[in-house]
Design a binder for this molecule. Structure first.
Ligand SMILES: C[S@@+](CC[C@H](N)C(=O)[O-])C[C@H]1O[C@@H](n2cnc3c(N)ncnc32)[C@H](O)[C@@H]1O
Length: 350
């Protein structure tokens, strides 16, 4: 029977077939009642059954009551899987931070360990950076291409003319989004800042993997006369679109409270600092371990400052393609008041 470490390697390989094997092997380990720390970390992350959460509580008690040597392999596996948030969530849900006692000490230890050991998970970067500007030409369906061209050239799509409240992504940046989706094949996309749907069309037309594309924009009806919805429907993607007509500050916490997560998040909203940093922090919470979060308009100082914070204090890093920054979480990083890292708030300053 494969060991828990073998299963961890299978899961980290990212291969869908191996993932199925890994789940079967893990189920066998669970059935055998394994209390291997790596197995516990794996099943908390992969199977998430209530039974396993009970096992986790028992396991944590065991560590807290005197067997701290189990902690290292458990943390290592969890961090590789990006699962710290879920475990911290379970402990918080149980109220251990309020009740004190050994488990509450352990929660502090979780944070300390991440901070002190500065764990970095080295995962392969999922994009071919050299191909982010590869022309979309023949890969985008004709009807969508015509519509995107029309918006690009005239600033208008299918609906009645509307004022330009915010500009749509230029062609090159749309091309980056298209290639990002074509290469990573996400299932659930979240987008902040919809306008006339230009960026949405680049993404939706790039891959048939997309099951749902959620857009957040408070001005879609009032300023844009639902032009974005009309354009996406005209291009044939209306059934995948979900519009939340609210500011991101209300919509993102709502999605989080509903337990939603996304495989790809694109942020192109108001661009002021307080909105961008709030959106980045909620994107962090709405992200799966391998989720990529892309930000438009890196040339803008508020966007730059917000992303510097995510890089220096939240464990995110990324690449710049045209004016789009594509980031992912390299390591789980829990912040406490004493591990704040000063960061550059403007290019060339700190
Ligand atoms: C630059 S435009 C987005 C362009 C769009 N991504 C495209 O390529 O067609 C910015 C959009 O952000 C929206 N917006 C402004 N404030 C917002 C907020 N607080 N939450 C979400 N969206 C917001 C605006 O209504 C506008 O549609």
């Amino acid at each position: 029977m494969p060991t828990a470490s073998d299963i961890l390697d299978l899961i980290l390989s990212g291969n869908a077939e191996k993932m199925a094997d890994a789940k079967l092997a893990l189920a066998a380990l669970e059935a055998a009642g394994s209390d291997d720390p790596v197995a516990i970390a794996l099943s908390c992350h992969v199977s998430a059954s209530e039974q396993r959460f009970d096992d986790l509580r028992g396991f944590l008690r065991k560590i807290a009551e005197g067997d701290p040597s189990l902690l290292g392999p458990f943390f290592d596996a969890l961090l590789k899987l990006g699962g710290m948030r879920r475990i911290a969530g379970i402990l918080h849900r149980d109220g251990v931070h309020r009740t004190g006692g050994p488990l509450s000490g352990l929660l502090g230890l979780f944070h300390q360990t991440i901070y002190i050991r500065g764990w970095t998970v080295t995962k392969p970067w999922p994009l071919d950076n050299s191909r982010m500007l590869e022309p979309v030409q023949d890969r985008m369906p004709q009807a969508c291409r015509d519509l995107v061209r029309r918006i690009n050239e005239t600033g208008q799509g299918m609906g009645e003319p509307t004022p330009r409240v915010g500009g749509e992504v230029p062609w090159d940046d749309g091309t980056v989004l298209f290639n990002l989706v074509a290469q990573t094949r996400p299932r659930r996309i979240l987008e902040i800042g919809f306008a006339k749907g230009m960026s949405t069309l680049f993404m939706l037309s790039a891959s048939d993997s997309i099951e749902s594309h959620t857009v957040i924009d408070p001005l879609q009806g009032s300023a844009y006369r639902h032009n974005g919805v009309k354009n996406v429907t005209q291009a044939g993607y209306g059934d995948k679109l979900r519009l939340i007509e609210m500011p991101s500050s209300l919509a993102m916490p709502m999605l989080l409270a509903d337990g939603e997560t996304f495989d790809l998040i694109f942020i192109d909203g108001s661009h002021c600092f307080e909105h961008t940093i709030m959106e980045a922090l909620f994107a962090d919470l709405l992200a799966e371990p391998d989720t990529l979060v892309a930000y438009h308009d890196y040339h803008m100082q508020p966007v730059y400052a917000a992303l510097e914070f995510m890089r220096s204090n939240r464990g995110w890093s990324g690449v710049l393609a045209s004016d789009v920054v594509i980031m992912r979480r390299d390591r789980a990083q829990a912040n406490m008041q004493d591990n704040y890292t000063p960061f550059a708030t403007a290019r060339g300053k700190s």
